[in-house]
Design a protein around this ligand. Structure first.
Ligand SMILES: Nc1nc2c(ncn2[C@@H]2O[C@H](COP(=O)(O)OP(=O)(O)OP(=O)(O)O)[C@@H](O)[C@H]2O)c(=O)[nH]1
Length: 395
């Protein structure tokens, strides 16, 4: 039996490359996400600065009253991101504090946080690191990045249950750090429609999040791996939504990888470009009112694209490759994968059919986010023009 060293019980014990302290802090953020989703307050601390917060998304009057009475030391303000602030005509700071009327209801707060026609005359003040981190936790929880916030009541620690206290600096780097703990946990052969032989490999991180690599055929280990890094789209991939090109791209990518001699689809849990399904649907509603797919995200307080590709980098390297040829039309994805440590040596376009429902979405992707969507010029025309080209260049 191995004897525990002194270090094993102390600060330098490691689990998936993280010290015990760092792992505990990551777990606190994970719990903080769950607390915010459940309508519980959270305390975010950065040095001597601390802020108590409560999610607007899912808020009811009882939660709001309890927060005002027991958790907040002062009348709370609304905390939104700089993008949401700009959308409602306020000066933008990294995290923006919007003063509230003392009688503001959960409905008022929801309108301020996500409504399309909001007129505000509220003053603003710059938020600190703790407030910025609190908004990041709301995003990790796939909630609207909008929080009721206040200095912490001196008696908050004696509440039952006691609000969880989390570290702001850990929150700001949480997604990347957790993705770096992904490990293979199970695999099995799965024959796919279209006579495609595949092997599904499931990866799990220390918080229980999963990602899937679908290995198609027998790719040559001496050649760059053909990879489609695909972000989850429940509406498109599973149900065949015509609002986007996602389901068609997934199917085309699998077929193309198979035709070219094998490769991999890395399927990441990044629904709605990282916003989550509920917020993607909220963004759809804003698009139906006239915003495009980029502005709809920022009007909700998000970046136009919230995805982090650390997980993809980790998965490709665990599969044994450093160099890839990427199936994508998105130049930012190429840059982001390179930033995640993957050598991208070529690009294969994945051009899905255009239809009346997805045309506006695809046009916005081309015009606003620089996607190489050459099929747009040709009406409902050709699919899957495929050629290997220099990464980042048009074919
Ligand atoms: N927020 C938001 N997300 C959307 C919308 N339509 C589709 N999505 C999401 O956008 C993502 C698209 O993922 P991908 O197809 O992997 O990536 P891409 O940026 O389109 O780049 P490609 O590699 O060229 O396909 C998925 O997570 C979808 O759920 C939308 O209107 N708003």
């Amino acid at each position: 039996m191995t004897e525990l060293s002194g270090d094993m019980a102390g600060e330098s014990e490691t689990w998936s490359g993280h010290s015990k302290k760092a792992t505990t802090e990551l777990i606190q953020i994970h719990r903080g996400c769950a607390d915010l989703r459940a309508g519980r307050p959270l305390i975010v601390r950065s040095g001597s600065d601390a802020v108590a917060v409560l999610a607007v998304d899912g808020l009811d009057q009882t939660m709001l009253d309890t927060f005002r009475q027991d958790v907040a030391a002062e009348p709370p303000h609304l905390l939104v991101t700089d993008r949401r602030a700009a959308a409602i005509g306020l000066t933008a700071y990294e995290a923006t504090a919007v003063s509230l009327s003392p009688n503001a209801t959960p409905e008022d707060l929801m309108t301020l946080s996500a409504g399309s026609e909001v007129k505000v005359g509220h003053t603003t003040s710059p938020g600190g690191t703790a407030e910025e981190a609190a908004l990041e936790i709301a995003k990790c929880a796939e909630l609207l990045p909008a929080l009721i916030a206040a200095p912490v009541h001196p008696d908050a620690a004696s509440l039952d249950p006691t609000p969880l206290v989390v570290n702001a600096e850990t929150a700001l780097d949480y997604r990347r750090q957790v993705a770096e703990t992904l490990k293979m946990v199970a695999e099995a052969p799965v024959p796919l429609r279209g006579d495609i032989d595949s092997r599904f490999i499931v990866f799990r991180d220390i918080m229980g999040g999963t990602a899937v690599a679908v290995m198609v055929g027998q790719p040559d280990p001496k050649q760059p791996l053909r990879v489609r890094v695909h972000s989850a789209c429940a509406t498109g991939d599973i149900f065949g939504s015509r609002r986007c090109d996602c389901g068609d791209q997934l199917r085309l990518a699998l077929e193309r990888i198979d035709q070219l001699g094998g490769g991999c689809v890395v399927y990441l849990d990044q629904e709605g470009r990282g916003l989550g399904l509920a917020n993607k649907l909220r963004a759809y509603n804003l698009q139906d009112l006239g915003l495009d797919t980029v502005d709809a995200n920022t009007a909700l307080g998000y970046h136009e694209d919230e995805r982090d590709y650390t997980a993809a980098g980790r998965i490709v390297s665990q599969l044994g490759w450093r160099q890839i040829v990427l199936l994508t039309n998105n130049p930012t994805k190429i840059d982001a994968l390179r930033a995640a440590g993957i050598e991208v040596s070529g690009r294969i376009p994945v051009l899905a059919p255009v239809n009346a429902e997805n045309r506006r979405y695809l046009e916005a992707k081309a015009a606003r986010a620089g996607h190489f969507l050459d099929q747009l010029g040709s009406g409902d025309g050709p699919v899957a023009a495929v050629s290997s080209v220099k990464a980042g260049s048009r074919d």
